[in-house]
Design a protein. Structure first.
Length: 172
């Protein structure tokens, strides 16, 4: 009786590990979508409100959840105090801290931090063009993740269950 109970617990544990991994994959997709939304909102604020990048960060912060909200507000505050720091450096520093706290792919993390390097700080057209380019890259990344998500999720769940059965056989 105890062997059967132990076998069921091992199988359930391995299946649960697969389910946790699947949830991590969903969280990565959610966070990638959030980064895309930040870029789209920044582009919108610059294009239609004629806001500067720091002002666009402040306006975008009001529409985002944590940890993005506080990072965007911090960027605005640092740039507002005019400490002589370039926007690129402030963006990389604050978004680097922010992205350390969220599950995100390495490629997306680097791409998001690189965004500020390719913007002309004073030229709205250059900023909009750079934001459009990065929005396209993130949209492509989201589509790719969505396409792979369903198949990978099934494989992960199946492998969790199968590994539980295999481990049970080995232990018995």
């Amino acid at each position: 009786m105890l062997k059967v109970l132990g076998a069921l617990l091992v199988i359930m544990g391995c299946t649960g590990f697969g389910a946790a991994y699947r949830e991590d994959m969903k969280q990565v997709l959610f966070n990638t979508r959030s980064l895309l939304m930040i870029l789209e909102l920044l582009k919108s604020e610059i294009a239609y409100s004629k806001a500067t990048l720091p002002e666009a960060c402040r306006m975008t912060a009001g529409r985002m959840e944590e940890p993005y909200r506080s990072s965007l507000l911090k960027i605005y505050e640092i740039m507002k105090t005019n400490r002589g720091l370039p926007f690129d450096k402030v963006w990389r520093q604050e978004m680097g801290k922010c992205l350390q706290t969220v599950l995100i792919g390495k490629k997306e993390r680097e791409l998001f931090q690189q965004f500020s390097h390719n913007t002309g700080f004073a030229d709205n057209r250059m900023q909009i063009k750079a934001l459009e380019q990065y929005c396209d890259m993130f949209a492509q990344s989201v589509r790719k993740q969505e396409e792979n998500m369903e198949n990978k999720a099934k494989v992960v769940m199946s492998m969790g269950f199968i590994s539980g059965i295999f481990l049970t056989i080995v232990l018995l």
